[in-house]
Design a protein around this ligand. Structure first.
Ligand SMILES: [Zn+2]
Length: 386
């Protein structure tokens, strides 16, 4: 199949363009006049990009916390009480209910142009519940065309029955991580390292156990307080440290000198009226930057919001539109340690989105309302309407 267009192929900005798809992969990209002969599909003036890669979401939960968001905006603090409220509701929800909720959320992501999504557990906080939630993600993923990457986030908050942080970190490291690795329920292990959540010592224990079990590490880092979690991520060889609202110049330098991706989550920063991560400084220092949605139960609730996240990257975070789009595609792929998605180059998977727009500047101009008209995953067109 030869896709052609008179519009823009972004983020590179090629126009007019032609792209040859063979066996689900991009085989060739260039000018239509040089294109090899094949069955042509003309996309006219549509903007075409790689499928968006959302490298940070929490889709397995029940209950509703919009009342809490309202209370917080009226002055109540963000504490782990909120996460535990979701944990209570989710433990009570049966498999069929959670299956349905996760499916609705992943379909929302796909129909908004996300072709790869990272999905965390973390609202179970016990061996039985965390394993159940990871299995639910796997089951729903198997029935949908969207690519799904699973992350075990047993260290999301301290469960009410835990004797102490150290005791729970031991249980995560010694019981839960080996079980998750044995059943191949996740590729990554994540921990929420922050004031009021897990400290550096507990997170390091969990990160070392993940590596020992053959699982890669990612961390929630520097969101509420500057704790040194970014440097811990670098020491652990983490694929990504996410949030970074409180990161300082020293932390920027540490990430720029490492292979750890800096993942920025502008949507919850807006909802929490938090400080903004130093996106410009990270890019200028040479760090690899990703943008993700952080769709979750309590601080940002829209699973179809990657176009909004790109727009916020380009407006609120001071990135160019091209930088923001790159962060939401190849940056997200790097954060998931994937070199086969998120970029338009020969050999990469033919994960493509044609948008109802003519220029990538629309992600900024029409904040959050940019929609796909057609989507392909591995060269196979997905029905966007269902
Ligand atoms: Zn998160």
């Amino acid at each position: 199949m030869l896709l052609t267009g008179s519009g823009r192929l972004a983020p590179a900005g090629l126009s007019p363009w032609a792209l040859l798809v063979r066996d689900g992969r991009i085989a060739w990209i260039g000018s239509p006049s040089d294109a090899p002969e094949d069955e042509r599909v003309d996309l006219g003036s549509a903007l075409v990009t790689p499928g968006l890669v959302d490298s940070h979401t929490h889709p397995v939960y029940a209950g509703d916390r919009s009342d809490e968001a309202a209370a917080r905006l009226a002055g109540a603090p963000y504490t782990d009480g909120g996460i535990l409220r979701t944990v209570r509701a989710t433990r009570l929800a049966d498999d069929a209910t959670l299956d349905r909720l996760v499916e609705v959320r992943l379909r929302a992501a796909l129909s908004a142009g996300t072709t790869t999504v990272e999905c965390k557990s973390g609202y179970g906080l016990s061996l039985v519940e965390e394993v159940r939630h990871l299995r639910i993600i796997g089951r729903v993923a198997d029935a949908l065309p969207i690519r799904v990457v699973r992350t075990f986030l047993g260290a999301h908050a301290l469960p009410p029955e835990a004797a102490s942080m150290a005791a729970y970190a031991d249980e995560v490291a010694e019981v839960m991580i080996p079980a998750v690795a044995h059943e191949r329920l996740a590729e990554f292990v994540d921990a929420f390292v922050d004031e009021g959540f897990f400290d550096l010592e507990a997170a390091e224990r969990i990160g070392r156990a993940a590596s020992a079990a053959g699982l890669a590490v990612r961390l929630h880092a520097e969101q509420l307080q500057r704790t040194g979690a970014a440097e811990l991520g670098v020491r652990l060889g983490a694929a990504s440290v996410d949030h970074l609202e409180q990161l300082d110049a020293e932390g920027v330098g540490a990430l720029a000198a490492s292979n750890t991706v800096a993942t920025l989550l502008p949507a919850p920063a807006v909802v929490l009226r938090d400080s903004l991560p130093p996106a410009r400084a990270l890019i200028d220092a040479g760090a690899t930057v990703a943008i993700a949605s952080d769709a979750n139960a309590g601080t940002f609730g829209d699973f179809g919001a990657m176009p909004l996240a790109v727009g916020l990257g380009a407006t609120l975070l001071g990135m160019t539109v091209t930088e923001a789009l790159t962060a939401a595609t190849s940056g997200g792929a790097s954060a998931l340690r994937r070199d086969d998605i998120g970029a338009l180059r020969p050999g990469a998977a033919a994960d493509l989105v044609a948008w109802d727009e003519e220029h990538e500047g629309a992600f900024a101009l029409r904040l959050g309302s940019v929609r796909p008209s057609r989507i392909w995953i591995s060269g196979k067109e997905i029905d966007v309407s269902d």
